[in-house]
Design a protein. Sequence first.
Length: 380
Amino acid sequence: MRHSILYLLLALIGFWGCKKEGEIMVEPILTGTPESQFKTLLSNQGSIWGFDWLPNGQLIFTKKAGSLHTYDSTTGATQVISGLPNNISSAGQGGLLDVGVAPDYATTRQVYITYSIQGGFLRLARFSLNGTSATNWETLATTESASLWSGHYGSRIAFGADGKVYWAVGEGGGGSFGGASSPHQNGQNLNTLWGKIHRMNRDGSVPVDNPLIAGSGGRSTIFSYGHRNIQSMTFQAATQQLYVAEHGPSGGCELNLIAAANNFGWPLYSMGVNYDGTVISNGHTATGITAPLVHWSPAMAPSGLTFINHTSFRNWNGNLLVGSLSRRQLIMIAMQNGQPGTQTVLYTGGRVRNVKQGPLGKIYFSVENTGELIELTAKP
């Protein structure tokens, strides 16, 4: 008996001895198609337009109607955040829109937020979260003109690994009509915030390495232009490439890969047509115009965008998720070396307003017609 125990101990010592000091035992990579499961966390919340996570794991989310809340997944409790401005306007497509927790929140306690104000102007601001109160409000940028029809605010927030904040702004203006004769040229007008993606220092100032765009008259917050209505924006973690999805007119919704100083064409170029059926252009073939990676016709009204970045999702890991308002779907786009491939519908049943991956690798998306927040996970 003593000999058997001795042999077992020697075998275990031999096994441990084969492992080099500091060596990490790597788990095998999961492969195959995951078995997904959906869980409704919240319902009857109205339109949850934007959400993000605090370091304590709580979700902070906006309601388009004009209120800000936190959600504790452990207790299931929600809490209203007080101290919001009294000039938020939810008319038309406006309201309390996106929210983003600063990457250095642990030391600054800063939260970034975007909202439309009375008169049709769009604003980017930040505040400090103290308990259940929003304090120390700072306005970082406000559009210099109004959206006269309370439409096409766009307005997503993303933080880059470069330490900058990126803000997507829709075309605003007095309406939405494409083509050379369009009276609404905000996307091409380099003197307005509308119809652009802006790259800013955290305090809203202009980074010294922002692109110099021909005809702009100097360096500004403009990073790219010619956008119609961006309601989807995310960075791919591995490459730090910025992707957006934006609404087209009648058809022509787009998935775009953003690069500094690129012109994405609106309102002069589109894969869609105007709502009255008139032709806008023959695609994006003009010199200096960046064509979309994907375009959708009929329109699908994209809202929310995130990469799957967790091994629990097996072969889905690395793919892109986009919400659809008009088609009432959550769509997965297979991605290979930055290029989109097959599209798969994962969920149907409501207007998907936003989708993001949480800190533990779970996927969350909001459905505005039912007021739901839904969690998507892969079964182990």
